[in-house]
Design a protein around this ligand. Structure first.
Ligand code: ZN
Length: 211
């Protein structure tokens, strides 16, 4: 897979110039992150908890686009460390024993060649020993949420996920990148609960400043 930085150097994954400070990026790049301090103003029906790291500002948007659409898969080391930090900070490793992620439509996964949330999940697993499993699948094709209005988004993901196996009494952590309406995460949590999950939480990199 295409990589354009030396992943074995200890230089920042974003600017590739300065030494690493946190999450495999330098202090200057890190300072562009804006910590999320609000509470989400929508109610989840199935999702028990959500942990949001940062605001989706232009700096983070560029990184997300590079990671998702420009084949910069090595950025899993940036996101992975960010999520691991949150997991330990909130002691989620004591509450959740299984990690899963939002699946992509097969068409897009084949086109892109990877699912970025799967890469993050696998990075987290390797470094925390919390098991990762591909539990969810899409039971029909749908459009990308970002191409739709808020009203259309609900119908687009309504009951779209199914769970592959029995997850009775498991506490599960879903990995996703950006939360906007929350519908995707809530229907993912619903599918896991239908197959027995006890508690479902989500951890995301960012959300928009105002919904
Ligand atoms: Zn940097």
């Amino acid at each position: 897979m295409f990589r354009d930085v030396n992943i074995f150097s200890n230089k920042c994954l974003i600017c590739n110039v300065k030494d690493i400070y946190k999450y495999n990026i330098c202090n200057d790049c890190y300072c562009n992150l804006e910590e999320y301090r609000d509470s989400l103003d929508y109610k989840f029906k199935y999702l028990d908890e959500i942990y949001v790291n940062y605001y989706y500002n232009n700096f983070l948007k560029e990184i997300v686009v590079d990671f998702k659409y420009n084949e910069k898969t090595y950025l899993d080391r940036f996101f992975g460390e960010m999520y691991i930090n949150k997991i330990f900070e909130e002691k989620l490793n004591k509450k959740y024993s299984l990690i899963t992620y939002i699946p992509m439509t097969k068409y897009y996964e084949n086109k892109r060649g990877y699912n970025q949330s799967k890469l993050i999940s696998e990075y987290i697993s390797k470094n925390t020993l919390i098991e990762t499993k591909e539990l969810l699948y899409k039971n029909r094709n749908n459009k990308r949420q970002k191409d739709l209005s808020k009203e259309e988004r609900y119908g687009n993901v309504r009951d779209i996920f199914s769970c592959r196996e029995d997850v009775s009494d498991k506490n599960i952590l879903i990995i996703d990148d950006i939360v906007t309406t929350g519908y995707t995460l809530d229907f993912a949590a619903k599918a896991l609960k239908e197959l027995g999950a006890k508690k479902v939480a989500a951890i995301v990199a960012a959300t928009h400043r105002s919904l």
